[in-house]
Design a protein around this ligand. Structure first.
Ligand code: FMN
Length: 174
């Protein structure tokens, strides 16, 4: 799929066929995540690939808007390392979530390009899901779950989402 076509046609997919994703396809998707840009090239991410049905079912307990993970083929849990990110604690900022978002978006687009459907479900910044996921997957202290990317072969074809368009586009000044 041509990149621009992929960007314009991607939609969140929440219904999936009962079909496994081949390992080489999952590996390609992760490779796309790893190729995302990151502040100061810190690449502060880890990816947990989940295919086990019981674990997929448990996402509804940890983040209830991700309940459809129970019918998915896989979840890629994008995690960020708070100790590795580009940050200035004294000034109160850090980049790991922005880097995590870039990796998440690359994963979604790669999935779409490879004939899969996916949906970004939030983990950060929601304290409840963060704590539940950290405990369930045994994440170290410095690692925080950022997003739950639910994946599978699509079993729905959502219509294009209306976009704001012209009124949000500003040339040269507001
Ligand atoms: C940060 C973030 C968190 C999201 N969390 C959820 C979620 O928990 N559950 C869900 O069904 N969709 C979630 N979505 C998907 C959005 O609902 C979806 O992207 C939006 O409605 C636009 O639709 P589209 O992706 O088809 O263009 C999330 C998207 C983002 C970017």
């Amino acid at each position: 799929m041509e990149l621009m076509e992929g960007l314009l046609s991607r939609r969140s997919i929440r219904k999936y066929q009962d079909k496994k994703i081949p390992k080489d396809i999952l590996e390609k998707i992760i490779q796309a995540g790893e190729c995302a840009p990151s502040a100061h090239n810190t690449q502060p991410w880890h990816f947990i690939i989940v295919e086990d049905k019981e674990k997929l079912k448990h996402f509804r307990v940890m983040q209830r808007s991700a309940l459809f993970a129970e019918n998915a083929a896989a979840v890629v849990l994008v995690c960020v390392d708070e100790s590795e990110s580009f940050r200035r604690d004294k000034e109160g900022w850090s980049y790991e979530d922005i880097d995590g978002a870039a990796a998440t978006m690359n994963i979604l687009l790669a999935a779409h390009a490879l004939g899969l459907g996916g949906c970004w479900c939030g983990a950060s910044p929601m304290t409840g899901p963060i704590a539940a996921i950290k405990e369930y997957f045994g994440l170290p202290e410095n690692i925080r779950p950022f997003s739950i990317v639910v994946l599978g072969y699509p079993d729905e074809t959502p219509k294009p989402m209306p976009r704001h368009g012209e009124e949000r586009i500003h040339w040269e000044h507001w």
